[in-house]
Design a binder for this molecule. Structure first.
Ligand SMILES: [Fe+2]
Length: 263
């Protein structure tokens, strides 16, 4: 980064350039490219907030900003080729984003160790769990990217709900039954984030988002989750489902025990 530049603005300009070849000229398709650009910029901003709250060392911040800004860099290609962000129909977008970053030269301004850690964090940002053998910095960057990503995805869902009355689960091929699957409830009862593979019904989709609370790595992230009232939103989406009050109550208790009740 050049001195005096706003690092996030510079990285965003680089991301925009990387998205350009994947535009089709069809506004309907290109709107999805813009959605991912905006998401990436917000994830980088949230990542900065979390890093500040957690007192990340200054010398890791270039790498942290890169991991957050570029975590979804393969999404542009994914949408252009597959008209979908569903990895099951196309490719693992964490792996593909890491491959793009390896080859693109975008991270050349970072020290080699930082570059390697950013690529690892990007590869792992969408995996269920982190492997045990990671460098200290790669682990920190991966946790940061995962937390910031989840927080912004929750923002997208809540914005959709405000606009349309409920959030959009179209494209996730979910059953419409207002039921909760036993495996999902079992994971939540153990304060674990359920497996996406266990999602069957629309309710499961929202129950997994409750599980995200347990997957957040930093108290600052839990605090942002609380401040943005995401649990209230999930409560609305699960309104009237018998038995949904228990996982919601457990998650609330977890939040209070980590960061207190006050907003
Ligand atoms: Fe992603």
């Amino acid at each position: 980064m050049q001195e005096g530049e706003n690092p996030l603005e510079s990285l965003y300009a680089i991301l925009k350039l990387a998205a350009e070849p994947w535009r089709s000229g069809n506004p309907e398709i290109d709107a999805f490219i813009d959605l991912k650009l905006e998401h990436s910029a917000r994830v980088a901003e949230i990542g900065g907030q979390i890093a500040a709250g957690e007192h990340f060392p200054a010398d890791i911040m270039d790498a942290a900003n890169c991991a957050c800004m570029f975590h979804d860099i393969s999404r542009f290609m994914q949408y252009r080729h597959h008209r979908s962000f569903d990895d099951r129909l196309s490719f693992d977008h964490g792996d593909m984003s890491a491959e793009i970053l390896k080859d693109a030269g975008i991270l050349d301004f970072l020290a080699p160790d930082d570059r390697r850690d950013v690529i690892t964090a990007v590869r792992l940002h969408n995996k269920r769990t982190l492997p045990s053998e990671l460098t200290k910095h790669a682990r920190l960057l991966a946790k940061l990217t995962r937390d910031a990503d989840k927080l912004d995805i929750m923002a997208i869902f809540t914005a959709q709900a405000v606009e349309n009355g409920s959030a959009d689960t179209i494209g996730f091929s979910l059953g419409s039954e207002r039921l909760m699957s036993p495996n999902i409830l079992e994971s939540l009862a153990a304060r674990r984030c359920p497996s996406y593979g266990d999602i069957v019904n629309a309710c499961d989709f929202w129950l997994v988002r409750i599980g995200w609370v347990y997957d957040l790595s930093f108290d600052t992230s839990v605090s942002i989750f609380r401040e943005r009232k995401y649990l209230d939103f999930l409560e609305q989406e699960l309104d009237g489902i018998p038995g949904a009050d228990k996982p919601l109550r457990d998650a609330k208790n977890y939040i209070v025990s980590h960061v207190g009740a006050n907003v």
